[in-house]
Design a protein around this ligand. Structure first.
Ligand code: DX5
Ligand code: ZN
Length: 219
């Protein structure tokens, strides 16, 4: 059983207080920092790229968990590695769900020396990606439609978490089951019960007392 990790999402930070909030996170019980990259094409929103990640690498001691919501992730993998990514997660839809292409992206991520994650939109079924489970470090379950923070948790996505947990046991694997979107104390509890060991949380952490909320999510 993996220990539970909280991954605060940079997307919901108060960007006028970035330095202060990064310091608070460094001292908190959070172990990962979740970094949402959006290109305005794969999702209808634009966020930040590798140069901003580099700034976080310099000011944060946390493991940098990069979630690429972009149309051509392979083109930018080495930029994110150079900027300090510890893990890079790609969407299967960025590869039109083509197993061979996703496999190749995972191989490239590993070749760069990063951990590799895969994820999908809520409407994408995951059974056909079973063959990829033995070559990833993390499967990220999206519990909202990717693109924006502050949305409502989609409870039906916990089915995927249960399936991933069962497959992990059957196959004797140890990939992390991460969940992203709409996490608060109630949905965190449900996610952990279903089998999640890594919780991304944005608005819930940054709208409240950061350290205390992280502690609460870990309980
Ligand atoms: C949504 C992003 C999430 C987002 C979560 O596309 O992938 O990481 O920051 O934000 P909350 O926790 O506010 O739903
Ligand atoms: Zn994310």
């Amino acid at each position: 059983m993996n220990e539970c990790i909280i991954a605060p999402s940079v997307l919901s930070m108060d960007f006028s207080k970035m330095q202060k909030q990064t310091q608070i996170l460094n001292q908190s019980q959070a172990k990962w920092l979740h970094f949402d990259v959006m290109d305005g094409h794969f999702v209808p929103n634009i966020t930040f790229g590798a140069s901003i990640l580099k700034g976080f690498k310099e000011s944060s001691s946390l493991y940098l968990d990069v979630h690429l919501m972009i149309s051509d992730p392979v083109k930018y993998l080495s930029d994110f590695k150079k900027a300090g990514a510890n893990q890079i997660t790609v969407h299967v839809e960025s590869f039109s769900n083509d197993i061979k292409k996703i496999e190749e992206a995972i191989r490239l991520i590993h070749e760069l020396g990063c951990d590799a994650g895969i994820t999908c939109r809520p409407n994408t079924q995951i059974e056909s990606f079973e063959c990829l489970l033995d070559c990833i470090e993390t499967f990220l379950v999206m519990s909202v439609e990717p693109g924006f923070g502050g949305q409502t948790f989609m409870e039906n996505q916990l089915e995927k978490v249960r399936w991933l947990k069962q497959k992990r046991e059957e196959k004797g694997l140890s990939y992390r089951i991460e969940i992203d979107g709409g996490i608060n104390s109630e949905t965190a509890k449900k996610s952990k019960e279903a089998g999640c060991d890594t919780l991304v949380a944005g608005s819930y952490i940054f709208k409240n007392d950061i350290e205390e909320t992280i502690r609460e999510l870990l309980k």
